[in-house]
Design a protein around this ligand. Structure first.
Ligand code: ADP
Length: 306
């Protein structure tokens, strides 16, 4: 069946990304809550239709580690994309206090299985692995979203978006600066995975913007500097080695997904009992408290300036 706007009841906004807004919606015929992403694109109908057709292969991307796709449509110059609603949101907002290692292991295991499924079963390279694109629900499930399935959509979303938090592998940053988009291989995603693991462990991006004079200096550090590592203290050797296997400057030296699944860090994870439900509940609570405080502070500042 095909989803259209008349079947949807709009609820609250879930977040804003670089390219559009994500809203919670109720699909009235099935009573299923969904997350609907709106992407504004200045394209003609033929191109928008092409994107909707390309997105269709997502119906086949059904796996426990991948956010379910329900359908996409366009109205005027906006593409609407409906997916599984993940009620604990994205990991970037849950990691602020740093994620404890056992929970991290569980999350990373899901990410690697999801990435391996995309590559082996769907021939899809994710291209945008980062904590924002890892969604969690209160059942403790961890799933990937926002992977590159539509060539047309990728081309339309400005490629210039090398923000101050780049998860791009060194070869990709170099390629991009030479306007060469052909250098992307699956091992570029492995780099982004390694960087995400460090970020989730520490609770902040591993190349902190305040350490660099500008974005150029930061990108130079990614391309030419030593890859980041987990701190010596506080993490197991397995975790540290896992990250090192992902963050090699030479793409061919990085581990494959099969190797990562066999890595002691993830082998050990499969023997551990981890309370994901409990961790998610606590992380959501502390995120919501933090957000409430921010809103109150903003209101307070506003009242001072009035
Ligand atoms: P970006 O463009 O930065 O990748 P997105 O536009 O994909 O961000 O998403 C913006 C925010 O919306 C996310 O950070 C997340 O909090 C929320 N969000 C996205 N997809 C979902 C979903 N399926 N369920 C719940 N929340 C979501």
């Amino acid at each position: 069946f095909a989803i259209n706007m008349t079947q949807l009841q709009l609820e609250e906004e879930l977040g804003r990304g670089n390219y559009g807004t994500v809203k919670k919606v109720l699909h009235k015929p099935t009573k299923v809550y969904m997350a609907m992403k709106e992407i504004r694109l200045e394209l003609d109908d033929a191109k928008l239709n092409g994107i909707i057709m390309e997105l269709d292969i997502l119906h086949r991307a059904a796996a426990p580690e991948i956010v379910d796709f329900y359908g996409a449509f366009f109205i005027e110059s906006c593409v609407y994309y409906c997916m599984e609603y993940m009620d604990a949101g994205s990991l970037d907002k849950l990691e602020q206090d740093g994620i404890p290692e056992p929970v991290l292991g569980r999350i990373v295991g899901s990410m690697v299985r999801g990435l391996k499924f995309l590559k082996d079963d769907m021939q899809i390279i994710h291209r945008d692995v980062k904590p924002t694109n890892v969604l969690v629900n209160k059942k403790g499930e961890v799933k990937l979203c926002d992977f590159g399935v539509s060539g047309q959509l990728e081309r339309s979303l400005a490629k210039t978006n090398i923000g101050c938090q780049s998860y791009m592998a060194p070869e990709r940053i170099k390629g991009e600066s030479q306007n060469n988009l052909g250098t992307y291989t699956v091992s570029s995603d492995v780099w982004s995975l390694g960087l995400s693991v460090i970020e989730m462990a520490l609770g902040h991006y591993p190349y902190p913007p305040e350490t660099y004079a500008n974005v150029f200096a930061q990108l130079t550090a990614i391309v030419h500097g030593d890859p980041p590592e987990l701190p010596e203290e506080g993490y197991s050797d397995e975790a540290k080695d896992f990250v090192a296997r992902c963050l090699h400057r030479v793409p061919e030296m990085r581990a494959t997904y099969a190797e990562l699944l066999d890595h002691p860090f993830l082998v050990r994870d499969r023997t551990l009992e981890v309370d994901m439900v409990g961790w998610v509940a606590k992380a959501v609570e502390s995120r919501d408290t933090r957000q409430r405080k921010q809103i109150e502070e903003a209101k307070h500042l506003q009242s001072l300036s009035d």
